[in-house]
Design a protein around this ligand. Structure first.
Ligand SMILES: Cc1cc2nc3c(=O)[nH]c(=O)nc-3n(C[C@H](O)[C@H](O)[C@H](O)COP(=O)(O)O)c2cc1C
Length: 345
């Protein structure tokens, strides 16, 4: 009797490389969502150093009246250049020629891809017609993507979308236009720009609909992926090809690796409290080293990580300086930890 050949286990699609134009690729389809004011600076640096991310998508670079000079662009990119990981630079604006001119300079400075922001829900941005307001003009998005492709043909090209400006039904116009311009991938945050960060029951169904409206284009789902289990459920419920997780990184800086573990069938190892606090302390020390003094962003990370009711968060919220914050955190972390991560029990 013929012995049946074992069927090789299928690799989870999120673990596949994410191919970009020019023969390049991102290591997999589990990306950090950009967070303006957070992923740049000490937060991003600590995640890079700890090896919790494999690549970065920068927060938006807003182009309003001109293209910043190379020195200024380099300054914008410095945290990512220093991290030494592949990075995609997000640009935002309404003038295609400015976006293209900036893309050329950004590619020269090392960007592996350019991501067009058509998603930002900030009132100021919307009032200027940029970010999420671009969703009102699907043909503009397609034209801008084609122009960017021509400007930087050897660079990856992607677009960050929401499910609409006001109504997810807008996807029926937006997504076919985007698909026709053939970006390398699309990231879709399921909320509309008007919904900002509101709770939207059943919101992921919009991602399943988007998957249907974008045939042949890699689609990364975004929104409310806070744990590795959420990422597996996202794939099962929507069929998206990958995930971009943002706020979940504040709760668990190791989230992307946990998602990789879960996709590979390994048990995720979320950072315990001690390790998380050690990372938070590193952020405070790094920010201090770079000349910062106010504990603002460390407190924001602590708020999400610990919750407002946590007595440690309440203590931290009374710290007036980064040094006080770092000292208070040091009391929670074995002194060896910074050098020996295993020392956290
Ligand atoms: C503080 C903050 C800043 C953000 N900045 C950007 C940005 O610059 N560009 C962008 O495309 N999305 C930005 N986002 C949106 C996130 O990348 C992500 O799409 C959104 O938070 C939903 O995903 P999540 O539920 O995993 O957080 C930001 C989100 C936060 C909370």
């Amino acid at each position: 009797m013929a012995i049946p050949t074992p069927i090789p286990a299928l690799r989870h699609p999120f673990l596949e490389p994410l191919p970009l134009a020019g023969g390049r690729a991102l290591p997999n389809r589990i990306l950090p969502g950009p967070m303006e004011g957070i992923t740049t600076g000490a937060f991003g640096a600590v995640l890079s150093r700890a090896g919790y991310v494999r690549c970065w998508v920068t927060p938006f670079l807003r182009l309003t009246t001109g293209v910043p000079r190379p020195a200024r662009l380099r300054e914008h990119l410095l945290p990512y250049l220093e991290a030494g990981l592949p990075f995609v630079v997000q640009v935002m604006g309404i003038h295609t020629e400015l976006l293209c001119a900036a893309a050329v300079r950004l590619a020269e400075l090392g960007a592996i891809g350019i991501d067009l922001n058509c998603a930002c829900p900030s009132r100021t941005v919307l009032a200027n017609g940029a970010g999420g307001a671009r969703l009102r003009h699907p043909e503009w998005i397609a034209t801008a993507l084609r122009a960017l492709r021509q400007a930087v043909p050897a660079c990856g090209l992607s677009v960050k979308l929401r499910s609409g400006l006001l109504d997810p039904a807008e996807m029926a116009d937006i997504l076919p236009a985007v698909a026709a311009a053939a970006p390398d991938f699309v990231t879709l945050h399921f909320r509309t720009a008007a919904e900002a960060y509101a709770r939207v029951p059943g919101g992921w169904q919009r991602l399943a609909r988007a998957r249907e409206l974008l045939p042949g284009i890699l689609l990364l789902g975004c929104g409310d992926v806070l744990t590795a289990a959420d990422a597996l459920r996202l794939r099962a419920e929507t069929g998206v090809d990958g995930v971009a997780a943002a706020r979940g990184l504040l709760r668990n800086p190791r989230l992307l690796l946990d998602i990789e573990d879960a996709c590979a069938g390994r048990t995720p190892r979320p950072l315990g409290r001690c390790h998380s606090l050690a990372r938070l302390r590193e952020m405070a020390l790094l920010a201090l080293e770079s000349g910062g003094n106010r504990p603002g962003f460390v407190l924001e990370v602590a708020r999400t990580m610990l919750g407002e009711r946590d007595p440690l968060f309440q203590d931290l919220s009374r710290c007036r300086t980064l040094l006080q914050t770092a000292d208070r955190l040091a009391a929670e972390v074995p002194s060896k930890e910074t050098h020996d991560p295993q020392s956290c029990s």
